[in-house]
Design a protein around this ligand. Sequence first.
Ligand SMILES: C=C(O[C@H]1C=CC=C(C(=O)O)[C@@H]1O)C(=O)O
Length: 361
Amino acid sequence: MGDVYAKIKEQLDQNLPFVVYRKADSMILHAVFQENNKVYEVEDYTDSGFVFAPFDNTHKAVIIPSGKSNYCTATILSQTVNSEKRTSGIIDNTLLEDLEAQKKHIELVEKGIETIQSGRFKKVVLSRKEEVSIPDSFSSLHTFKNLIDYYPKAFVYLWYHPKIGTWMGATPETLIRIKNDNFFTMALAGTQPYIDTIDVDWGAKELVEQEMVTSFVTNKLSSVIKDIQRSKTYTHKAGTLLHLRTDISGVLDNENSRIEKIIEALHPTPAVCGLPKDEAKSFILATERYNRKYYTGFLGELNMNKDGVIKSNLFVNLRCMELSNGKAIIYVGGGITKDSDPEKEWEETVKKTETMKRVLL
Ligand SMILES: C=C(O[C@H]1C=CC=C(C(=O)O)[C@@H]1O)C(=O)O
């Protein structure tokens, strides 16, 4: 594994793009090192490589192409199993809360609720960014190792492109998993803090919000995937938070199941955008007043050949941060419905910032 980290340092010194990642419940570290510093854009989704796509699907995704990179893996030896059990009280958020940011976010949520009441859409996911200063001694690699250690059940990554920036995160949400003809996705929504147990009750707001995501995903997939099955909805632990989750699986349907069509159908899902999708998206772009960039976009392996099998493993870019000019820019949001309480929605975003703040210490 030391070799992979040495290679990452080399790649950083030479300002060359790379991504290093670890999937949920895995002890394998994957790394893709681009040979040059070009920005490759995804033309159509038949490309092979590691894709990094923005929220705004009118902008192109970038890719570290398989044909222009070296791929390697290593076994993780140092991971502390069950480290997700660590308490969440490491950061006293009350000290860090910014009153101005709070006011702005509450106003944004109130606007969202009013617009839902006017009938324009049923759900919208509203977000904000929070900047945290990082010391000169900050090491992205060290922080990535913390992510690995803290979030064994997340897809954890560090992505770097000298012409775009540095991003890292620990996302609980799979967008698309394809292996041979088998397809998998999930509907994830609704949030409450994890306090020692996953045996919790959920309120009507969260149950309705999550069901909206499940119905959207299953309806959208019905034209591109065969034999769709959905699991029971259950509680999923993601670091210091709990979410409601439904697993959705099916079988690819040849021509109809081109990955581009599936992505077009799903991204951005109501777990990060809203319902109906186009109305919610235009509200977000007009009202949030900041650029989400790659937050709530997606990332991961696209048509990558692994042991003779072509696989795609794409994740929604949540619980993430961008590293820029001595700052960590943390991106957080939450689903708003007619039953949302603006104060609680603010608190939820504060709680979500913890996922990244814990590893910055
Ligand atoms: C938009 C985010 O989370 C989504 C995923 C799970 C639960 C969510 C919620 O409860 O609102 C959001 O839909 C975020 O973490 O920034």
